[in-house]
Design a protein around this ligand. Structure first.
Ligand SMILES: NC(=O)c1ccc[n+]([C@@H]2O[C@H](COP(=O)([O-])OP(=O)(O)OC[C@H]3O[C@@H](n4cnc5c(N)ncnc54)[C@H](OP(=O)(O)O)[C@@H]3O)[C@@H](O)[C@H]2O)c1
Length: 363
């Protein structure tokens, strides 16, 4: 029996510690991955600081990783020892990525294409690229990668000049959503973000970039939409006061909004989680008649069998190989050990970063 090092959070609010855990043999359809880089997300703070999801302590964090295939289970022979891989997996505690080795379902993994490295930048990709595709497809915005997701459906977009609002364009989810819409040919992609992120979002394909939280935000969005109400909106923030109300002001009768779950009422999502003020609908906001509201829960995307079998294994590697989607900006946590880097990374996430991911090198 062999063991490896995992970094665990011993109890809610506790600092990370180094622990020795059993290294499993991959089961059928699993691959054992040697983890090299992990990108953190807001979810890691909600779990470590606020006990979101009532975890069984101690907890291993990290759902987004890149690494090298160490061992291949029966039925997963499309992968081989030494392959460079990227993946997003939310599983039981032992399946999270801040450890040296994790067993990963072959559906939660893709090969890193030759134009990218197994590095900090590539680790920023999987979770929120999956979320962006899931948000667009469940939100009813047609994208050509439907062709690989649902081969029976050829790409028949809604009118490509239709204005599409991305509220929270600088979020990780928002940046990938803009890139996919741009690739799909949409010509009026309207994104809200802080002004410092406007050049980045324009470089990713946003047609209009608008500051949120200003007295003129609503008028600017309506003007960008050609003086009409918006018909499609993607809310990448999921906050009743700070995003959904703004979306509701510009979304017309019969419009569609896809929004990130859970929705919160307090402006600080972490505080809302601590106070259990999470909502699973957007009904707390006044919408115009006939608006269709679609809550997005990425962790359920594999209920669609075809999405499960294609999105991470083949669609994401293709989007990356073709340069349709590029990695995000990142902040690399400093420290001499994985434990120290995780502690520094969690501190940075608590302070908040603009338009960037926090990444941790795993020794
Ligand atoms: N349900 C799901 O499936 C799912 C999946 C993934 C993520 N999520 C949720 O989606 C949200 C975004 O996640 P993420 O990892 O993409 O976030 P993130 O990258 O950490 O988002 C940070 C960015 O949020 C932007 N922002 C904050 N408040 C805003 C507001 N009121 N209006 C517009 N932009 C605002 C800021 O943009 P500026 O710097 O430009 O101000 C900031 O750069 C999180 O709440 C996360 O929990 C849900």
């Amino acid at each position: 029996m062999t063991n490896h090092i995992a970094i665990t959070i011993p109890f809610q609010g506790g600092k990370p510690i180094t622990a020795e855990v059993h290294t499993p043999t991959p089961k059928p359809n699993e691959i054992l991955v040697r983890v090299l880089w992990v990108a953190l997300s807001p979810v890691d703070i909600w779990i470590s600081d606020y006990g979101a999801g009532d975890p069984k302590w101690p907890v291993v964090l990290g759902e987004n990783f890149v690494g090298i295939v160490e061992e291949v289970g029966e039925g997963a022979e499309e992968f081989a020892k030494g392959d460079k891989v990227l993946g997003f997996q939310r599983g039981e505690n032992k399946l999270n990525a801040l450890q040296q080795y994790i067993p990963v379902s072959k559906y939660n993994l893709g090969k890193v294409p030759p134009n990218l490295q197994v590095d900090a930048a590539t680790s920023t990709i999987p979770d929120n690229l999956v979320t962006a595709v899931n948000q667009l497809t469940t939100g009813g915005v047609k994208i050509p990668i439907h062709a690989s997701i649902h081969p029976s459906t050829s790409f028949s977009p809604i009118d490509l000049s239709t204005p599409i609002l991305i509220w929270g364009g600088a979020t990780s989810v928002g940046q990938f959503t803009i890139q996919i819409l741009h690739y799909s040919g949409y010509k009026n992609i309207i994104a809200t973000a802080s002004p410092s992120n406007h050049p980045l979002l324009q470089s990713l394909g946003a047609t209009h970039t608008i500051a949120y939280g200003s007295p003129t935000t609503t008028q600017e969005i309506l003007a960008a939409a050609g003086g009409k109400d918006v018909k499609f909106a993607l809310d990448c923030v999921g906050d009743e006061d700070k995003s959904l109300k703004g979306v509701a002001e510009v979304l017309g009768e019969g419009g569609r909004v896809a929004f990130m779950l859970p929705v919160v009422r307090k402006s600080d999502k972490a505080e809302a989680i601590a106070g259990k003020e999470l909502l699973w609908t957007a009904d707390g906001v006044k919408w115009k008649d006939g608006v269709k509201k679609i809550g997005v829960r990425t962790f359920l995307y594999q209920q669609d069998t075809h999405l499960r079998e294609t999105l991470q294994p083949s669609t994401i590697p293709r989007l990356l190989a073709d340069g349709i989607v590029v990695p995000q900006k990142y902040w690399e946590a400093p420290g001499t050990t994985t434990r120290d880097r995780l502690e520094a990374g969690l501190d940075m996430l608590r302070k908040g970063l603009s338009g960037q991911r926090v990444v941790i090198k795993v020794d």
